[in-house]
Design a protein around this ligand. Structure first.
Ligand SMILES: Cc1ncc(COP(=O)(O)O)c(C=O)c1O
Length: 400
């Protein structure tokens, strides 16, 4: 009898986490690695949020809470949905988990039966297919193209829906491309979904607040008739730079919230009581710091776009949101390195940058779309300038 369960062979560990780890190990052994692989803002959590957490500790708010979140936090989530998204929810339509990732995991664990299908546009956030596999479902990948701004074409969605389709994932602004669906695109997609009422929509809105001159819309803003079929996931990780606090939330129909709570009750129980207080405060208070963060993100984004556009063989996609740049490295595939080795794919390209330039990026294969790489600009301007210099030097060594 083997010790490790068959379940473990159904999915891969996260490649983004793996690359960050290799970069960290290289740093520990004395190499000056610039890691552009991680998906978290480099800003500190705003002080007024941290202060509320300290107060919660001093007040003794350090015990178990309701499994799926304290009512005060749920109320602030409801107010957020009302004021920012024009969407109405009741307390029993909200669940709070240990990050958006946990909420999505719970959602799949509580809804997918063997071979139930989940439609995932690629390039996708690394965790979606693996979480579906882990829950016993079947990921159906819809490939999108850079020429279409990495957006799915409604016809393509329609032809991939089967009677087994349980979920369709929309992630806008999206990781890894930063593409943002506009109202008319969402409307076209919603027409397909209205014709297929057995398909549920997972709207992952985690990058909602990180956009550059483009307004965020949820599919429910253009088609309220999809309300019953839509589950929204969001959290405080990205907009409030609270990745380590691990608070995410979901909104949808009561039946789903109950099922998710049941799974959570036998796994993590409640998310950290102190983090819940901090998240409540984050959602309730002014987000004036965000303008400054967005300005910084934008100037870093522009620096990278200018740099990558200046290199023959690379082609960056111009994002409208999130804090990643997805860059085609097609022009470097099949090129020879000095040691005679060939760059066969984007994994080889990323490994070359890691070892030669000491810059960690994530190869497109992790997101289901090659030959690309993702670079995160949630890093200081100085580090990005230095990374560009190093990448430029390393790429010049490759024979054309
Ligand atoms: C698209 C997307 N969804 C969800 C998450 C989960 O974030 P968290 O678990 O920190 O809330 C991430 C994090 O990188 C993400 O990129």
């Amino acid at each position: 009898m083997t010790l490790i369960s068959d379940r473990l062979s159904r999915f891969k560990p996260s490649l983004t986490v793996k690359i960050s780890q290799i970069a960290r190990e290289m740093t520990i052994s004395g190499e000056k690695v610039i890691s552009l692989s991680s998906g978290q803002p480099d800003f500190d959590t705003p002080k007024h949020i941290k202060d509320q957490a300290i107060k919660a500790i001093n007040d003794g708010f350090t015990k178990y809470t309701q499994v799926d979140g304290i009512p005060e936090l749920k109320k602030s989530i409801i107010t957020k949905f009302e004021s920012e998204n024009d969407l109405k929810y009741d307390l029993d339509q909200i669940t709070v988990g240990v990050g958006g990732k946990h909420v999505i995991y719970n959602l799949f664990m509580s809804t997918l039966n063997k071979n139930d299908e989940v439609i995932i546009p690629s390039p996708y956030w690394v965790s979606y297919p693996d979480m579906v596999n882990l829950a016993g479902g079947k990921p159906i990948i819809l490939e999108t193209e850079m020429k279409d701004n990495f957006k799915i074409i409604p016809k393509q969605l329609e032809s991939n829906i089967s009677e087994k389709t349980k979920w369709f994932i929309i992630n806008s602004p999206g990781n890894p491309t930063g593409t943002v669906y506009d109202k008319s695109e969402l409307k076209e997609i919603s027409k397909v979904l209205l014709k297929n009422p057995h398909v549920n929509i997972l709207s992952d809105d985690i990058y909602e607040h990180i956009t550059y001159g483009t307004k965020f819309y949820n599919v429910l803003n253009v088609e309220p008739k999809l309300y019953e079929n839509t589950f929204i996931v969001n959290g405080v990780s990205k907009a409030f730079s609270m990745t380590g606090w691990r608070i995410g939330y979901g909104a949808g129909k009561k039946e789903l919230i109950k099922a998710i709570s049941k799974i959570q009750s036998q796994s993590t129980t409640n998310p950290c009581s102190i983090s819940q207080v901090a998240a409540k405060h984050a959602l309730q208070s002014e987000k004036d710091f965000l303008q400054d963060w967005l300005k910084k993100f934008e100037s870093r984004k522009n620096l990278l776009i200018d740099f990558f556009e200046s290199i023959t063989g690379l082609d960056p996609f111009k994002p409208s949101g999130a804090f990643y740049l997805y860059v085609s490295c097609e022009g470097f595939i099949n090129k020879k390195l000095k040691d005679g080795k060939k760059i066969n794919n984007d994994m080889d390209f990323a490994e070359y940058l890691l070892h030669d330039a000491k810059v960690a990026v994530v190869p497109g294969i992790a997101f289901g779309k090659s030959p690309f790489f993702r670079i995160s600009y949630a890093t200081s301007f100085d580090d990005l300038e230095e990374a560009c210099k190093r990448i430029g030097t390393s790429l010049k060594k490759i024979s054309k």
